[in-house]
Design a protein around this ligand. Sequence first.
Ligand code: DSN
Length: 435
Amino acid sequence: MSELQTTDPAIFGVLQREVERQNDGFELIASENFVSRSVMEATGSALTNKYAEGLPGKRYYGGCQFADEAEDLARDRAKELFSCDWVNVQPHSGASANAAVYLTLMKPGDTFLGLDLSHGGHLTHGSPVNFSGILYKAEYYGVEESGPNAGRIDMDRVRDKALAVQPKMISIGASAYPRDFDYGAFRSIADEVGAFLWMDMAHTAGLIAAGLLNSPMDHAHVVTTTTHKTLRGPRGGMILIGSDSENTVGKVAPKSGRVKMWSELFDSAVFPGMQGGPLMHVIAAKAVSFLEALSPDFKSYQHAVLENAKAMADSFVEKGYDIVSGGTDNHLILVDLRNKGLTGKDAEIALGKAEITVNKNMVPFDTQSPFVTSGIRLGSPAMTTRGLGPGEFNVIATLIDKVLMNPNNEDIISQVRSEVKAICRKFPLYDFVTA
Ligand code: DSN
């Protein structure tokens, strides 16, 4: 019996019910995944007790020798995984990593250019309700509304916009964009207007690590990511720089007059700029997940993520659904429900009753509010981790269709729920509550 079960049965019960929810349902939220028991063990370790402000070898606290070892392992493994020269693994989240980028490269009021949130961008890329849109002047590029490139970013338009607004920084990266990016084209535009280029690869980091999508490392001045999406690590963030040549360009330090490298500036932006003590237990877990990601199995897993997302996209197209951009290059699809007469909100609720977890999502040129939306976003990473293949992803699409065509029919929803449970039982997930 776990100690927690005795000391705090209320919280143990919550954890138990959450494990049951994860075990018994289809998890299709594109930004979620299931970590290994090893990652959970490291997250639940004694390193949670340790303060280690600073960096390995240069801390503000004693007793950091083992924290240093964990962070060095995380940094070395991340560098190997992404073939990059520098990394900071301390950001508590993707948003913290992104905040450190703004703090380093921009001054309040400076203009930057990012992908519109309603076209698949991210909150921290200039949404008016986020610090990025409050402190900085956000301009946006988007996807095409119609024509052969409908749902895709047109690089000529990005260039036109960049020439018009002269941004100090251009951001790439998305939370609901099913296509790959042309980093070389973005870099040419950034060079033409004298802007920094920043890629937030949070959603696709695992696919990039496996070499299955284009890598931003040789093009962007700086790259950020979360560690818990396709990368399948603990919740957290990191910042990376691709090559030496970028890193030597720096700022003159006001006091010493020394030219600082970008890596030093990003380090200082994370701590003391944005954060205090790093979460050393999470950093240890990041190291564990990076080791896992360096294995051949991880590459096979990422191949399966792509194959399953494509199978699901094809199934929806066959059933007459409108998939934004007509398909996917990555782990997610965006289903535009307008031709089915359903909102994203209603779809999310109906699917939730059948233990199919998705999130409502704006589609490009949506006329509904962000709380209602016209679409749903579906991702393959979590269910692929459980071992489902293209055949099962076709069945997932069929079951989703059944619910969406009968959103108020409790009998059909209950029948789908039983089928979902039966499939989940064939692909067991967690047989423990606490690691
Ligand atoms: N909230 C994440 C997502 O679901 O895409 C992005 O940070």
